[in-house]
Ligand binder design. Structure first.
Ligand code: NAG
Ligand code: NAG
Ligand code: NAG
Length: 355
């Protein structure tokens, strides 16, 4: 091969790599620093120190909080502790999260809870809690029934399926059916980094029911949080490294069709919908690189956005809270109940604010 040809090939490869680096730094917001936005009435929840990855608030003000996530490539401050589900009563001013007991027979030692969702049976008001679990870093969806009088989660079922290979979040739509996001295409640790670095848009949303499992949306860099509109007609999906919320219409046969994509600047993680206003709330990572490459001297911050009128041509996006990590690190989700805001994090604390 001629020297000139070799040089040209090397040049082309370097240019391609450079372009990938630029794209990668853009997707992870490698260089973004945060402008702080304070809320006046906030306090950290006592007893939650190892993450509050996902939060679901029931119509009566009881909140479930998943804690203790261990995730490949992401720090945990208590890698030996099994995960927990906390219950917090937002009507009680003391705001004391309580770790819920889980019924016998469920393997607590490998409990590694991630996204959660609740389903309320309208016939008898039973509450079912769906929990994405990663025992030994695999993916399952656990279904529990919440026994409120005894404050116990009764384990009903473990769901495993080849289509549920890297589950991040769920939205329950029936006593045994749900939508789930897969946040990676590959399960292998090295291949996941290849996938992230090259920006492969191979992750998807799956509909699961005992009778039928199928992919209902695809083409995300990393499909993450999900939520359903208050009228239950739409599903919102967050793409964390794509910095987007995709709005889908949900059909009677559970198919999803694309309505629109809302582009944001930050790495939005989990989504929730205000039951009163329909606003979409998200916890986000201002700088995703600081999450993946944790450094206790330069910690990842937190950013909470509210998106109003998401179905209109001009949704209003407001940064309600932003912190450089001095108070709260790596926020993943924000959920509201009346004028109260709860903010969860991947591996850090949980914040309560009055709006
Ligand atoms: C589901 O319903 C939608 C809307 O009616 C239709 O366009 C779609 O083809 C259906 N999908 C399947 C898999 O039946
Ligand atoms: C974060 O903000 C606080 C003030 O709110 C400031 O004291 C601190 O130095 C900042 N930390 C970094 C790493 O910028
Ligand atoms: C429920 C949900 O979407 N959880 C996500 C929240 O944030 C972390 C950090 O990126 C994700 O790993 C979770 O999957």
């Amino acid at each position: 091969m001629g020297a000139l040809l070799k040089l040209t090939i090397i040049g082309v490869l370097l240019a391609a790599l450079g372009e990938r680096m630029v794209q990668f730094s853009r997707r992870t917001n490698l260089f973004r620093e945060i402008e702080q936005v304070d809320l006046p009435n906030c306090r950290l929840l006592k007893g939650i120190e190892y993450g509050s990855e996902d939060i679901e608030i029931l119509p009566n003000g009881l909140a479930f909080i998943s804690s203790g996530l261990k995730y490949p490539g992401i720090i945990s401050f208590a890698p030996e502790n099994p995960g927990e589900i906390f219950l917090l009563d937002l009507n009680d001013e003391k705001l004391r999260p309580m770790s819920l007991r889980i019924s016998k027979g469920f393997d607590l030692s490998t409990f590694n809870p991630h996204g959660i969702s609740t389903y309320i049976d309208e016939q008898d008001d039973s509450v079912y809690l769906f929990v994405v679990n990663h025992p030994h870093y695999k993916s399952t969806v656990e279904i529990f029934k919440f026994a409120e009088e005894e404050n116990v989660l009764l384990h009903l079922k473990t769901i495993k399926h080849s289509a549920l290979h890297n589950v991040n979040d769920v939205v329950a739509v029936g006593p045994e059916s749900f939508y789930a996001t897969n946040d990676y295409y590959f399960s292998d640790f090295v291949m996941r980094h290849v996938e992230m670095f090259f920006g492969l848009q191979w992750t998807n949303v799956v509909y699961y029911s005992p009778g039928e499992v199928r992919q209902v949306a695809s083409g995300f860099y990393s499909a993450n949080g999900m939520a359903m509109s208050t009228d239950e007609k739409y599903i919102y999906v967050a793409d964390v490294t794509g910095h987007t919320i995709t709005v889908f219409e949900k059909h009677a046969n559970w198919s999803l069709s694309l309505v629109k994509v809302v582009q944001l600047e930050t790495l939005l993680d989990n989504l929730s919908v205000d039951p009163l206003t329909g606003d979409v709330w998200t916890g986000a990572h201002p700088n995703g690189f600081k999450v993946f490459a944790y450094n206790s001297k330069d910690v990842p911050g937190s950013e909470i956005l509210r998106i109003q009128n998401i179905h209109s041509d001009n949704p209003i996006v407001t940064t309600v809270y932003a912190n450089n990590g001095s108070v709260l690190q790596a926020s993943t989700c924000a959920a509201v109940y009346e004028n109260k805001l709860l903010v969860g994090t991947i591996f850090h604390k949980a914040l309560y604010c009055e709006l």
